[in-house]
Write a protein that binds this ligand. Sequence first.
Ligand SMILES: Nc1ncnc2c1ncn2[C@@H]1O[C@H](COP(=O)(O)OP(=O)(O)OP(=O)(O)O)[C@@H](O)[C@H]1O
Ligand SMILES: [Mg+2]
Length: 287
Amino acid sequence: MQLSIKSLTKTYPGDVRALDNISLTIPTGMFGLLGPNGAGKSTLMRTIATLQDADQGSIMLGDVDVLRNKAQIRKHLGYLPQEFGVYPRTSAVSLLTHLASLKGVGDGAKHRREIVDALLFRVNLYDVRHKAVATYSGGMRQRFGIAQALLGDPKLIIVDEPTAGLDPGERNRFYNLLSEVGESVVVILSTHIVEDVKELCQNMAIIHRGQLKFNGSPSSAEASMRGKIWSRSMSKQELRDLQGFRVLSTKLIEGRPIVRVFSDANPGEGFQCAEPNLEDAFFFHIQ
Ligand SMILES: Nc1ncnc2c1ncn2[C@@H]1O[C@H](COP(=O)(O)OP(=O)(O)OP(=O)(O)O)[C@@H](O)[C@H]1O
Ligand SMILES: [Mg+2]
């Protein structure tokens, strides 16, 4: 099973080209969709999730045309939107049971309740299942979001910026949960956090201003930068005077700037060749 996207284009009113002729093939496993704010990630994900239409292009899940068979795709889809909206004062167990019955999951109330309990156990919310979802922390809400996305054993799971706002512990728990899910189904995760992709995804794409900039594995993204990343520590004054370099990033280490530049050949001026990382590739493609 794979998802094939061909020439997908979407322009919003005001001539905002959110998707510009995107073609991508997404195999089973975790796929990272990396892009800065406004890149078009949510637009792409909502389109794959059959919640909005594109102007042009096609999406196939296996041999099913996604945009022409929305009802059929929705049965096999789990979706965690970027904004989940209002959290009701009902308990996790009753909300998930309600969502399960809407999705037609389970054979009768008893079976449905068993599925719901098993899912809440899996996302580690079983002990707090009778508490109102509105009182949950950000991480607990995201885990609840994953539980609802897993209802009905979906073949395609879409999670839109799921780690935004989570503390490091919650982020790790969330990673572990997702990576267990993501072995036999297609999981698409959008993020602007390079680490999310690096830790979780076998395959990835970088999009910027609606355009596909890179598609491949995180390690091949790094490899494409090999021998072309040069770094140097310098004073703040030297940094202000620096000209004629393609600067990818500037970080402070103990208050002193470390500059990373992209250059096919040794740029001289004391720059040392550095081991490339995924962040270099990300900055290279979004500049
Ligand atoms: N309903 C809409 N009407 C008009 N423009 C929109 C609409 N939704 C998104 N856009 C614009 O389309 C572009 C892509 O937006 P989108 O939300 O898909 O990006 P994103 O990568 O998900 O960004 P973020 O990281 O901020 O969530 C942006 O320029 C955005 O302002
Ligand atoms: Mg978004």
